[in-house]
Design a protein around this ligand. Structure first.
Ligand code: UFG
Length: 327
């Protein structure tokens, strides 16, 4: 198969590219390299392109035809919640505009299989801690809104012209499949804690007065290797199924608190991780855990790794990188 991977030079994309290469598939990456890193993709060709530009539609359809694409995995998007609040129009232009160009190009080139990176941010602030795909999707920031709008767009294209889509709602992704593919962006809890420790500072906890067992927010942490495998399973599902549109949570069903994550980093690293408690960060739901029943049943996918594996791999990747912490 020939798979076009938008955003394939990013953290999650590079893990999926590696699995595809190991399976013998041909991979062509489309990435604007604004946050991605060309050295991570094992020699796969990279077309440097911002898919949200108006001319990208024709460029993408030509590319899809030229390489004989079987399917597209679509990661390329902006993903910072805070930035999306500050620049909502740009987020819609980039994420929804990019999706619109991609879908138009796929229709023009008659490429009918799509795996789309959606997000648990689509659920917003749920009333219940564990959400299923049937739970209301009411995002609370522009980032989550763009992800949900992209799901709608893909679902509408499936109805209109026979596109077939798997949308994966990722929960909190962390860890590294191999040390050189660790998360380079210190934007999420695990890399933010490691960054503080590398600077000789204390990790931060944004709020310890939530209605959770230890007062800190609870999330469903998923190993990036497990998440990457869900994309391969989705491609296989699209090959053997005719359903137009499916959405799946990619979570474990198990929650971990911020304190538990930080304590695990302390255990694995041997470092003193006594945290500094700051006020709540606006927009954080107290608890967000994904019910994985549907993806277990339909795709046969389940997470193999738990929090200790995630943290151990993140630590190993951090120590292999430029900000190694001397112990
Ligand atoms: N946190 C801290 N200290 C830090 C960093 C984070 O206490 O230094 C807390 C946050 O307040 C939050 C939890 O750790 O309670 C997790 O925060 P992240 O920023 O790692 O992740 P989020 O849950 O906010 O969001 C992530 C992705 C989103 C995605 C969402 C899905 O960034 O894109 O998971 O659950 F939508």
């Amino acid at each position: 198969m020939t798979i076009v991977v938008t955003g394939g030079a990013g953290y999650i994309g590079a893990h999926v590219v590696r699995l595809l290469q190991q399976a013998g598939d041909k991979v062509v990456i489309v990435d604007d390299l604004s946050t991605g890193d060309a050295s991570r993709v094992g020699g796969a060709p990279i077309i440097e392109l911002d898919i949200a530009q108006p001319e990208a539609k024709d460029q993408l359809s030509t590319l899809l035809r030229e390489v004989g694409a079987t399917a597209v995995i679509h990661f390329a998007a902006r993903k910072q919640v805070g930035e999306s609040v500050a620049r909502p129009v740009w987020y819609f232009e980039q994420n929804v505009g990019g999706m619109a160009n991609l879908l138009a190009a796929m229709e023009q080139a008659s490429v009918s299989r799509l795996v789309f990176s959606s997000s648990a941010a689509a659920y917003g602030q749920p009333d219940v801690g564990i959400v299923s795909e049937k739970s209301p999707a009411v995002p609370i920031n522009p980032y989550g809104q763009t992800k949900l709008a992209c799901e709608w767009l893909a679902s509408d294209a499936a109805t209109a012209w026979g596109l077939r889509v798997v949308a994966l709602r990722y929960f909190n992704v962390a860890g590294a499949g191999v040390p050189e593919l660790g998360d380079p962006a210190a934007l999420n809890l695990v890399p933010m804690v490691l960054e503080k420790l590398a600077a000789g500072r204390r990790p931060l906890i944004f709020g310890d007065d939530y209605p959770t067992p230890d007062g800190t927010c609870v999330r469903d942490y998923i190993h990036v290797s497990d998440l990457a495998r869900a994309h391969i399973d989705s491609l296989n599902y699209l090959e053997r199924n005719d359903r137009p549109y499916d959405v799946f949570n990619v979570g474990t069903g198990e929650g971990s608190s911020v304190r538990e994550v930080i304590a695990e980093i302390g255990r694995v690293s041997g470092l003193d991780v006594a945290p500094e408690i700051l006020p709540r960060r606006p927009g954080d739901p107290a608890e967000l855990v994904g019910d994985p029943t549907r993806i277990n049943d339909v795709l046969g996918w389940r997470a193999e790794f738990g929090l200790p594996d995630i943290i151990a791999s993140a630590w190993e990747a951090w120590q292999a990188g430029p900000h190694r912490i001397e112990i």
